[in-house]
Design a protein around this ligand. Structure first.
Ligand code: UN1
Length: 490
């Protein structure tokens, strides 16, 4: 079986312990490769190599850094199909979605490359004579990145590309369920001309490798996408040594369907939002808050549509839903189905693990008669389980939408402008869609959420650069004499 090593200081090297872990295809349970498991010393070596590379990389003019990203984007385009196929084998989601994942990486790479000629600061008059004020952006330094398995190339690219164009150097740990696409991404960046040491790849579990990243004080910033539990742990651990932390955590994203909505359009959106990526997106639609007047019709149509979805290997034509990523996710989803039943929700479709292939498949599952406070309507399941909640009207629907700990994505289906704008104004979330599902964020808009979804940062969009730069205020006095701000005012 093929072995994949760590990438430190421009070289593929074996882990210090020589240990490896297997990467398994979640549909077939066939092994994909052996990946080197980094030790704490390996992580520290990666950080030192990024630190050594920082001076030269951060001094390279940003438009020249950007040229490497333009080349990267073009290679990603050439390899889109190959990468998508590898991703389906590694992660399980269907080919049309893995193509989308690679496209998202291409999009953010071009977008970040464009920022190379746009790292704008501000200029402003001084309150004093013969003095000029401005802001400039500086890179943060060596940054650590820890990424999830559900978007194996898009999410690493959201972080890596803006960080690189801004002049940072990187230590990057992908999820241990999907390290292959990260290896491929690193190879592509190197082929595009990234100097050694600028990007270092360490692989392995969060409890060891992730922890070594979080505890290495030379890292000036940690960017993490993953679970709320791990996010809280990272914040706690880093609070003792004052570092920047950006967290993108969970979601319990609602779709409100009003009685004036186009029902078939809403059914399309709910099916895609709840069962796309087998429900394994932080933006997945897991609660559908439906106006009571249309609930019976909506429910019937949703069940009818869901029955048509085919589970299987994401590489095969006609398959709509791939497997869950691993055994522990399968158990978690099954546990939540039991919780839903015991809370008194009505299971009207799905609810079981199935075996079209040896892997971790779970039927798309619909619960009705769900109340807003049940655990299945409050906690992130990260699987193909959707809860239908009845509502008498918009104010109540918005209250339910806001009743959870998270606030990432949200959506409303309505033909009434007033309802739409009220939802935009009142729903507590980082993203609100009108008449489309909760998933499908585009890279040139900020991505992130409120409440426990994060700590206030946003990725992508113009905020992508904010996440990876520091602002310096510059005062340039050309008066030739001491001038005191706030005092020498006339
Ligand atoms: C995630 O689930 O962590 O908007 C990211 C979307 C995708 C990104 C999802 N573009 O669903």
């Amino acid at each position: 079986m093929q072995e994949y090593k760590l990438f430190i200081n421009g070289e593929w090297i074996s882990s210090g312990s020589g240990e490896t872990f297997d990467n398994i295809n979640p549909a077939t349970l066939e092994p994909i490769g052996k990946f080197h498991r980094a030790t704490e010393e390996d992580v520290n070596r990666a950080v030192d190599s990024a630190e050594d590379a920082f001076d030269s990389w951060s001094s390279t003019p940003a438009p020249q850094r950007a040229m490497i990203l333009y080349r990267t984007a073009r290679i990603l385009e050439d390899k889109k199909e190959e990468l998508a196929r590898l991703m389906t084998q590694e992660m399980g989601k269907v080919l049309s979605e893995t193509r989308g994942d690679v496209q998202e990486a291409i999009d953010i790479t071009y977008y970040a490359a464009g920022e190379g000629r746009r790292l704008f600061g501000e200029t402003t008059p001084s309150e004093l004579h013969d003095k000029f004020c401005m802001t400039v952006l500086r890179p943060i330094g060596v940054v650590g990145m820890i990424t999830p398995w559900n978007f194996p190339i898009a999410i690493p690219s959201w972080k890596i590309m803006p960080a690189l164009v801004a002049g940072n150097t990187i230590v990057f740990k992908p999820a241990s369920d999907t390290p292959l696409l990260s290896v491929e991404l690193v190879k592509i960046l190197m082929e595009a001309g990234l100097p050694p040491g600028v990007l270092n790849l360490v692989m392995g579990e969060g409890s060891t490798v992730g922890s070594a990243i979080v505890h290495n004080r030379k890292l000036r910033s940690i960017s993490f996408t993953g679970s709320l539990e791990t996010g809280k742990w990272i914040l706690g651990e880093t609070s003792r040594n004052m570092r920047r932390v950006s967290l993108e955590l969970g979601g319990k994203n609602p779709i409100i369907v009003m009685d004036d909505a186009k029902i078939d359009l809403a059914i399309d959106g709910v099916t895609w939002g709840a069962f796309g990526t087998t429900g394994q997106r932080c933006t997945a639609a897991s609660r559908v808050i439906v106006h009571e007047k249309i609930l019976p019709e909506f429910q019937e149509k949703l069940i009818e549509r869901t029955k048509k979805l085919r589970l299987g290997n994401g590489l095969d034509d006609g398959v709509d839903i791939g497997p869950l990523i691993n055994e522990s996710q399968l158990k978690k989803v099954a546990k939540y189905v039991d919780i839903g039943k015991s809370e008194g929700a009505k299971l009207v479709h799905g609810g079981k693990a199935v075996k079209p292939l040896p892997g971790h498949f779970f039927e798309p599952t619909i619960f009705t008669d769900v109340t807003y406070d049940m655990r299945i309507a409050q906690e992130e399941i990260f699987g193909p389980v959707v809860s239908l909640i009845s509502t008498p009207g918009l104010d109540d629907a918005i209250r339910i939408a806001n009743s959870v700990e998270y606030g990432l994505s949200s959506s409303i289906y309505t033909e009434n402008m007033r309802n739409a704008f009220r939802a935009i104004e009142k729903i507590e979330a980082g993203i609100t869609y009108v008449n489309s599902s909760t998933i499908g964020a585009e890279v040139h808009l900020p991505f992130g959420g409120v409440k426990s979804t994060g700590n206030g940062t946003r990725e992508a969009g113009t905020t992508a650069i904010e996440e990876f730069t520091e602002i310096k205020a510059v005062y340039f006095d050309y008066s030739g004499k001491l001038q005191k701000a706030q005092i020498d005012l006339e």
